[in-house]
Design a binder for this molecule. Structure first.
Ligand SMILES: *Cc1c(COP(=O)(O)O)cnc(C)c1O
Length: 444
């Protein structure tokens, strides 16, 4: 029995995109640079919890959270209240001019929430890419070395240094060079493609071998890695891979940077994805889920590394904006008070159950993977590991036409990823998954 026959598949009987969205898309095309793509041709009017309402009054089920940002749910009442309170007090003074308490409180919270009980410091920025860049600035300054290693399938942002760190040429890098120098790439642990012969420690030895031969530890400032890769395909490295890399970094004076921009802040059922592996990074980068949709990012790490930078060497006009900080403090409270770490694990159980059923009956689903509410299926040609990006595109397009916000990812564009807000209801989740099941059936 397919669950899809027990619940109504279309979430909306209306045609998507509706007339108002179509008008707006025409205006977007006339006013906004083509380089800014949109996943769906539908314009949002408002969003609450796990639902997005479009300008034509259609309700969409949100399995994307605006790319892992509205983890506590869109417009969570506690975030709305905190933002409204702060916006009426002051919107900006610049922390580097006249500092304010919310910034300090966010730093205190992150110092306590990030792995390890060593002495820590935090610095706040606006975007994920900006924070990754600053983590590398700090690592270079502290070590007086220049080289940086990133991994296959990595995504770290769209600024010049983070483009260099990002692996995928199209669409992120093509035509945008020259890129920042002294960035090297090492092989990632990718269990689905490595096969059983390459366990976590073996994959780490493979990566370390490349690093030692092609870079040399003596010139290496930092290794930067997503503990679960995001845009690159929701790749969860084999157990022991991260720990072995972190150990090698510690033994060689190399700063181990965890880019937790997508995987952090309760998304995987722990505050940070490295917590699942018991790994303590030297520097942790947070962003996306941290402030309920307001732009905020952070680097948190060992006090002696963070404080190695001279006064004035870190900062920015807007970094740690007070409204964004107020939102982040509300997000930390909501995660605790609403039990969202456990909720992420419950979502994993529900979604894995459904995806596992689908996989058992469908050889096109090569892999089901992820942690917590960061889950994905990798679609392949049956009986092989050959990627099937066309199928992936078709499944996503079908979901979009039925009012489900679903995202794809992966170096080969063949991974369908689920990032629901943790406050989504089971019923909404089931309805979204019903549509994905229908989409796979329709694409046969
Ligand atoms: C999204 C993302 C970034 C970049 O964040 P922006 O806020 O878009 O600059 C960096 N690293 C990872 C892992 C991401 O998912």
């Amino acid at each position: 029995m397919s669950l899809s026959t027990t619940t109504p598949a279309p979430l909306t009987t209306a045609e998507l995109p509706g007339p108002l969205s179509r008008d707006l898309m025409a205006r977007k095309q006339a006013a906004v640079a083509d380089g800014v793509g949109t996943t769906m041709p539908v314009f949002a009017a408002r969003a609450h919890g796990g639902l997005v309402e479009d300008v034509d009054g259609n309700e969409l089920i949100d399995l994307g959270s605006g790319i892992a940002v509205t983890t506590v749910g869109a417009s969570h009442p506690a975030v709305v209240e905190a933002v409204q309170r702060q916006v009426a007090e002051f919107t900006h003074t610049c922390f580097m001019v006249t500092p304010y308490e919310p910034y300090v409180r966010v730093a205190e919270r992150l110092n306590a929430l990030t792995p390890g009980d060593h002495d820590k410091r935090t610095v706040l920025f606006n975007s994920g890419a900006e924070a990754v860049e600053n983590a590398i600035k700090i690592a270079r300054h502290a070590t007086k070395r220049s080289a940086v290693v990133a991994f296959d399938h990595a995504y770290h942002g769209r600024t010049n240094l983070t483009m260099a760190l990002t692996a995928k040429a199209m669409p992120y890098k093509a035509g945008f060079g020259p890129f920042a120098p002294d960035v090297f790439r090492a092989p990632m642990s990718y269990p689905f493609r490595d096969g059983a012969g390459v366990d976590g420690p073996a994959a780490a030895r493979r990566a370390i071998d490349v690093i030692e031969k092609q870079v040399g530890a003596g010139d290496l400032a930092a290794v930067v890695i997503e503990p679960i890769q995001g845009e690159g395909g929701f790749i969860v490295p084999a157990p022991g891979f991260l720990a072995a890399l972190a150990d090698w970094c510690a033994a060689n004076g190399v700063v181990f940077i965890a880019d937790e921009v997508q995987s952090g802040i309760a998304r995987t059922g722990r505050m940070f994805a490295v917590d699942h592996e018991g790994v303590v990074p030297d520097l942790v980068v947070s962003a996306k889920g941290i402030a309920g949709g307001l732009p905020l990012s952070a680097v948190t790490g060992r006090a002696e590394l963070m404080n190695s930078v001279h006064v004035g060497g870190l900062g920015g006009t807007y970094g740690g904006n007070p409204i964004a900080c107020a939102a982040a403090l509300a997000v930390f409270d909501v995660i605790e008070q609403d039990g969202l770490l456990q909720r992420a694990l419950d979502i994993e159980q529900l979604v894995r159950g459904r995806l596992g059923e689908l996989q058992a009956a469908d050889p096109r689903i090569g892999d089901v993977r992820g942690r917590g509410a960061m889950l994905a299926i990798e679609l392949v040609q049956p009986g092989t590991t050959d990627p099937d990006p066309a199928l992936t595109k078709a499944v996503a397009a079908y979901a979009h036409s039925r009012g489900v916000v679903a995202l794809t990812c992966g170096t080969h564009g063949n991974v369908l990823r689920l990032l629901p807000p943790l406050t989504i209801t089971d019923e909404q989740l089931h309805r979204g998954l019903d549509v994905l099941a229908d989409a796979l059936a329709a694409a046969r």
